[in-house]
Write a protein that binds this ligand. Structure first.
Ligand code: ADP
Ligand code: MG
Length: 394
């Protein structure tokens, strides 16, 4: 795999600079969703158990290299202390951290103030990275979701210290490797969502690696239109027709079976409970919009899932936010969840709307792994090298 974990490091008596993602939502000075904070607990716990002192490094919002008091990490302290069950000491400036005060030496867990207050962070300034590294003995990156950016605290610092992946990073890397680098085949991908144009790199990479590719959601309309099918008033990128044909040709060349909708659910309004009907894809009325895949398409997808051993899913199959156009997404998700639960399928999903859709479908718990890493997940699926991960391998 090529990276070290906390198990490989000597932590006793060491300061462990630990990059975490605790960029949590806050309202009226209070954390409203502590999920990200809860997910760093295993890493912090294991560092403490190994005899090390975690020095947490994190960003919060977009202060753009300046001190913005509203974006102080102080607001996260109560939630951090609750999740970790210990006091957390905030160090407000790098100078204070360098002075290594009595208070800091006595503390269990340290938290550096918002690292993006420093212009050197996002610029990945080598001097800044070195200065940061000098604050500790070991570097642990537990922020996969920030590792598609080459910043000082995600990339530069790793060149100066013995480095390893934290528990959350480790789980994410293991799940993504299992799904894409050495998957049990057949490997199936479901790519849905609104537009082809936002997922071109994803489609191009997957089409050469997967055995079956389901195209769903609004982007399926673009593929259908590219075959000369009239999609009426559906969301469709007509200027992407050539690209869609190229992706289909690439699929044929690499032996990837492409599954497009066979029947669809159409409506005249984009509205909850709008009157709707099921038609063959060739029969979409000119004044209607395709808002979901139909039952025949869903059965087709479920049969493919039955054959697959690994599933990668990004993008809903329909306009899942408005019932009943969440039907296909829910049904496919439930089927994948059932197969995962019984150990027949390794299922990995990610993407902002995808995570919301799978939660809504009550399927998330049973999926093998749900990535909440957003952009970093997508870049990995696009086959890109993530600088923060590459730095750990070095
Ligand atoms: P993710 O955030 O998981 O990567 P996307 O942002 O690409 O997913 O796509 C999600 C959006 O696609 C949702 O808002 C959903 O309503 C929309 N969508 C899916 N199918 C259709 C459709 N047939 N017509 C219009 N919008 C659709
Ligand atoms: Mg989205």
């Amino acid at each position: 795999m090529g990276w070290k974990t906390l198990d490989d490091m000597d932590l006793a008596g060491k300061r462990v600079l630990t990059r975490v993602d605790i960029n949590v939502p806050v309202e009226d000075g209070r954390v409203t969703d502590a999920t990200r904070i809860e997910r760093i607990v295993p890493t912090v716990r294991d560092i403490l158990e190994g005899g090390g002192t975690p020095v947490l490094i994190a960003h919060f919002g977009r202060p753009k290299g300046k001190v913005v008091l509203d974006l102080s990490l102080r607001v996260t302290l109560p939630a951090l202390e609750e999740a970790l069950g210990r006091p957390v000491t905030l160090i407000e400036t790098l100078e204070a951290a360098e002075r290594d005060t009595e208070e800091a030496r006595a503390a269990d867990i340290l938290l550096l103030e918002n690292i993006r207050f420093h212009p050197g962070e996002e610029a990945n300034d080598p001097d800044f990275a070195e200065r940061l590294a000098a604050l500790g003995d070991v570097y642990c990156n537990d922020a996969f979701s920030a590792s598609h950016r080459a910043h000082a605290s995600t990339e530069g610092i790793a060149h100066h210290l013995p480095s390893c992946a934290g528990r959350l990073m480790q789980a994410e890397l293991e799940a993504l490797e299992a799904a894409l680098s050495h998957p049990a085949r057949p490997l199936m991908a479901v790519v849905g969502g609104a537009k082809v144009s936002t997922k071109l790199d994803l489609l191009s990479n997957l089409v050469e690696r997967v055995d079956m590719l389901v195209i769903g959601g609004g982007m399926a309309n673009t593929f259908l239109a590219a075959q000369g099918i009239d999609v009426g008033r559906s969301l469709c990128e007509h200027d992407m027709a050539e690209t869609a044909r190229e992706i289909a040709a690439k699929a044929a060349r690499s032996g990837c079976e492409m599954l497009l909708p066979r029947d669809v659910v159409v409506a005249r309004e984009f509205k909850e409970g709008a009157p709707h009907e099921i038609v063959r894809v060739e029969d979409c009325p000119q004044d209607a919009m395709i808002l979901d895949a139909g039952p025949d398409s869903v059965a087709h997808i479920q049969q493919a899932l039955d054959r697959a051993h690994t599933l990668i899913w990004n993008g809903p199959l329909g306009a899942f936010e408005i019932a009943p156009f969440d039907t296909a997404t829910n049904a496919a998700a439930a089927h994948a969840a059932g197969l995962s639960r019984s150990g027949k399928l390794v299922s990995v999903a990610g993407g902002g709307d995808t995570v919301a859709a799978l939660n809504k479908a009550d399927a998330s718990e049973q999926f093998t792994y749900i990535s909440t890493a957003g952009g970093a997940f997508l870049e990995w699926m696009e086959g890109k090298t993530l600088p923060g991960v590459a730095a750990l391998r070095a």
